[in-house]
Design a protein around this ligand. Structure first.
Ligand SMILES: Cc1cc2nc3c(=O)[nH]c(=O)nc-3n(C[C@H](O)[C@H](O)[C@H](O)COP(=O)(O)O)c2cc1C
Length: 331
């Protein structure tokens, strides 16, 4: 069975420049989701809000725009605008766990309110000219919320449900609840994509054995740490030399475009540190090298520290898993 791998959205990291450089240099991804757009004004929609995804022709990889809202008029207006821009699929974020949003019934904060979700879907589904997928969690405060909600979702022609099997109050900590995921999967009439803690290809194979019916997988931090993960999941063999060439080319493209696109040096530095916070983990002793990157005060210092990191041997699966777990605890 051929699998479909998507890159998860990360606010502040997976910008279009990142997605394009990633897709240009690292094989294996089939599509990428944009970080969410919110606060769309339905009557006077501001195209600047969508600059990360328009014009569509500038995407190197199939891209799905993501929206975060609990106002049907906003979703409908954005869907119509994105259709005009050439998109045929949008994603609704019902998973963001940050309390600032979730406490206002946005992101995963809407999950306990089933009647409101039904009312929103009644208004949205007949009006939007594009496919709608939903990215969600097992719940906000309880693992029982999605299992109760799935029967409502089943009544609508939702294109796909992307499920991260944690609840919102966990943020990204603690274990993923695979039993909870299995329960929802059994009840869902909507195609399901799995997202959560795929930190190496071995982990993916364990999940694949447990959920053989799933062929759509979203990779997040595992892909930000190890850009060869999608290829490894698909059995694409890369030599050390190919990997080194790809990551150098990615680094150089991202460095160059960041310096063109982000005007303030502090912004450039902040973005590159955010990228290497994760990607340092693909090298042995990546955490120690990242400690050197973290304290750089300008782009010259950063380039020097990054080049030392980039010349290190690649980490194996065990070390990558440790890096992932460390980030899990400290994020
Ligand atoms: C810093 C950060 C920013 C994120 N931004 C978004 C976002 O804009 N939209 C979204 O749906 N998920 C967002 N996520 C969640 C990820 O897309 C993903 O679902 C999560 O990391 C779990 O998958 P993983 O275990 O493969 O990393 C974000 C996560 C982090 C840590």
């Amino acid at each position: 069975m051929s699998i479909r791998i998507s890159l998860a959205p990360f606010q502040g990291i997976t910008s279009r420049d990142y997605r394009n450089a990633y897709a240009r240099h690292f094989p294996g991804l089939d599509c990428a989701y944009t970080p969410f757009v919110s606060g769309v004004h339905p009557e006077k929609l501001n195209p600047v809000k969508f600059r990360d995804m328009i014009p569509k022709k500038n995407n190197v990889i199939e891209t799905v725009p993501q929206l975060l809202s609990n106002e049907p008029a906003q979703i409908i207006a954005a869907a119509k605008f994105l259709k005009q821009e050439g998109y045929s699929h949008i994603n609704w974020n019902m998973g963001c766990p940050f309390s600032r949003l979730a406490n206002k019934k946005r992101g995963c904060g809407i999950l306990p309110y089933k009647d409101e979700i039904r009312e929103m879907l009644d208004l949205i589904m007949p009006e939007i000219p594009v496919k709608l997928s939903i990215k969600t969690r097992l719940g906000y405060k309880s693992h029982e919320e999605l299992p109760e909600l799935i029967h409502i979702f089943n009544e609508y022609p939702i294109h796909e449900l992307i499920i991260h099997p944690r609840i919102g109050t966990q943020l990204y900590r603690g274990d993923v609840n695979l039993d909870g995921f299995e329960g929802v999967l059994a009840e869902s009439k909507i195609p399901v994509s799995y997202n959560g803690d795929i930190y190496h290809a071995r982990r993916y194979r364990q999940l694949q054995q447990r959920f053989p019916g799933i062929n759509s997988w979203m990779i997040g931090r595992g892909a930000l740490i190890n850009p060869f993960l999608a290829a490894q999941m698909k059995g694409i063999v890369l030599s050390e030399k190919e990997k080194r060439t790809q990551i150098m080319a990615f680094y150089e493209e991202l460095l160059q475009i960041t310096q063109q696109r982000i005007h303030k040096p502090a912004g450039q530095l902040g973005f590159m540190k955010a990228v290497w916070y994760y990607m340092s983990g693909v090298f042995t002793h990546g955490m120690q090298y990242f400690d050197k990157i973290k304290v750089c005060r300008n782009m010259e210092e950063f380039s020097k520290a990054a080049e030392i990191l980039l010349s290190q041997p690649f980490a194996g699966e065990q070390e990558i898993e440790e890096h992932f777990r460390y980030k899990l605890k400290h994020k």
